[in-house]
Design a protein around this ligand. Structure first.
Ligand code: MG
Length: 259
């Protein structure tokens, strides 16, 4: 993948100047914040936060952070006034005015998730480097620090834990197995909810992401700006950036142009 920021800059400038209202959606880990050995160490870089705050302050600009993290965790890490948030891959959403929504069916899957987590409880002891993050509506089984041997066996263990629990499904992400409600609700559904709430069509919307789960948001933007960060996903995106350092630079530039 070759970064194409320079070729696309003029088209993006025109986009920023031609829509009275725009929505900018961003994933958090690996897009805004550099990936860390342990997910708990991830922080929003100061320059990125400042650029986001400048964008939020501009008339006609809404900024939404859509992440796999629990919404409370995400809010605390981003900590920007006036941002919109979606956590748990969009299952829980909060608009800038404080109104919140939980995806249909997500609450009902809680009991099944408790059951699966009970089955998985011995796993971190048996597989060093594996840790389980309980995010309320979903759970992440992390293996970035696990050995190749453990990694090879992990998928079967996770699938075994949800066996017979119809309310749940399992999905891969970067060094993570996600356990989540079986319904069709993802980052793209959340982005669409924000687009409707903010009142913008897809051609006035941008989304930046680095992982397979972000492709669901790209799906909603056939004529919007799809911005891919890093090399981990092989997909067509309108703009390609190298790493979260580029994201910071792009957001700063967008704020300057739109102002
Ligand atoms: Mg990410």
């Amino acid at each position: 993948m070759t970064p194409n920021w320079t070729e696309q800059r003029e088209a993006l400038r025109e986009w920023l100047l031609s829509h009275p209202r725009i929505l900018i959606g961003c994933d958090f880990d690996g897009t805004l914040a550099p990936l860390m050995p342990h997910a708990d160490e991830a922080r929003l870089p100061r320059v990125t936060g400042e650029a986001m705050q400048r964008l939020i302050a501009l008339p006609g600009v809404a900024l939404a952070v859509i992440s796999g993290r629990a919404i409370a965790d995400l809010r605390q890490r981003v900590a920007l006034d006036g941002a919109w948030y979606a956590g748990n891959h969009g299952l829980e959403m909060a608009a800038a005015d404080g109104s919140t929504v939980v995806a249909p069916g997500a609450e009902d899957a809680r009991a099944a998730l408790r059951h699966a987590l009970g089955r998985l409880a011995p796993l971190p002891r048996e597989m060093p480097g594996v840790w389980i993050e309980d995010k309320g509506l979903t759970a992440s089984v992390h293996y970035r620090q696990a050995s190749e041997d453990c990694r090879a066996q992990l998928e079967a263990c996770v699938r075994e834990a949800v066996k017979g629990l119809e309310a749940l499904k399992v999905r891969p992400a970067k060094c993570i197995w996600e356990i989540l409600p079986a319904g069709e609700w993802d980052k793209g559904t959340a982005l669409r909810w924000f687009m409707n709430r903010w009142g913008v069509p897809s051609n006035a919307t941008a989304f930046m992401g680095d992982d397979v789960t972000d492709l669901n948001a790209f799906r909603e933007l056939p004529d919007g700006w799809t911005i891919l960060v890093g090399n981990d996903v092989d997909v067509k995106a309108r703009m390609r950036l190298r790493h979260p350092g580029d994201t910071a630079m792009l957001l700063e530039w967008m704020a300057k142009v739109r102002a």
